[in-house]
Design a protein around this ligand. Structure first.
Ligand code: SF4
Length: 111
């Protein structure tokens, strides 16, 4: 018997919750697996991450150039918009550009 095969020690007498099925996720909940899979194809993972988080007033050109060739640009941008990412380049857009896009979408929805 290895360490990992030993039964877990517990002070709890009711361990029935261990066998219970997990609660089904509500339809509006994000699928954490699907949410993360796009990151596996992120082109920026192969480059200098600092280019995507430039100092204030720094150039975003290099990061945006990488984003243009990225296969998951749309997913990246939606993730940033959904999660209100305030810093860095996501989906080829800066914080200011994402803020503008968010406002444009809100205006379209409220029109
Ligand atoms: S779009 Fe840009 S920031 Fe987003 S994953 Fe691709 S390379 Fe990275």
């Amino acid at each position: 018997m290895t360490y990992f095969e030993r039964p877990a020690l517990t002070l709890l007498t009711d361990t029935s919750y261990l066998a219970a099925e997990p609660e089904p996720a509500p339809p509006w909940a994000e699928d954490p697996v699907a949410e993360e899979t796009w990151r596996l194809s992120a082109l920026c993972a192969e480059t200098d991450p600092e280019a995507f988080f430039p100092e204030k007033g720094g150039s975003t050109r290099e990061a945006k150039r990488v984003c243009v060739g990225c296969d998951v640009r749309a997913q990246c941008l939606e993730f940033a918009l959904t999660n209100d990412e305030r810093f860095g380049i996501w989906g080829g857009l800066s914080e200011r550009e994402r803020r503008r896009l968010r406002l444009q979408r809100r205006d379209v929805l409220s029109a």
